[in-house]
Write a protein of this length. Sequence first.
Length: 258
Amino acid sequence: MDWTDDAIVLSAQRHGENSLVVTLLTASHGRHAGLVRGGQSARSRGTWQTGNRVLVRWGARLAEHLGTLTGELAHSPLATLLDEPDRLAALASLAAVADVALPDREPCPGAYESVDALLHVIERQPDWAERYVAWELALLGELGFGLDLSSCAATGTTGNLAYVSPKSGRAVSREAGQPYADKLLPLPRFLAQAGVNAPAEPAALVDGMFLTGYFLRHHVLHDRPLPAARERLIDRFRRMVAISGGSSSVPDTISSLT
């Protein structure tokens, strides 16, 4: 059996002397891996860089087999991002989170479209950092763990939402949550209610990634560590906070709240 599909490269691992095992996010077949024979060659390896969009053909004798991949490069964002280390870190984190969070071989067209759209944003848009954090929030919803940020869980009010309950995933207003602030997750303003609606300071980006990271780790990854590429991105945001002289309200690790 075989199929052809549009895909985004999530990861590529060496296999043997000259091959790669490549994991893709495809438009119609979900997250899907395959063996690329000769993938480590100078001619081929540029096609299978993380974040590349490729047209691929997968084939195997049986559906449950790893199968083999061939592909043609459609677009690579790497050339435009070589001098943009922060955006490159966001691209790497995006691919790594999608790789560990999405189910294997289950069609998820919404996830494909959102990853594809965010890649365009990371390449071209000034609000790429806010949009990245909002993507993680939307991914939780796509996977069935959406947060309810529409109103305060305690009072029902919709204004001045400042926290999220780690147990219910619901927003809490500043007034209602203040006595329990050390047990709640921070809700940065740019994520509250309407999603990304204003530029975010680096400290707010750290708070947002801590929030989404908490639920990704505990509900999607079942307490497995978050990808190293994601940790490198949040470290970059933390360095921005230090440079700006600001401060974040969250601890250095998610485990400190567990």
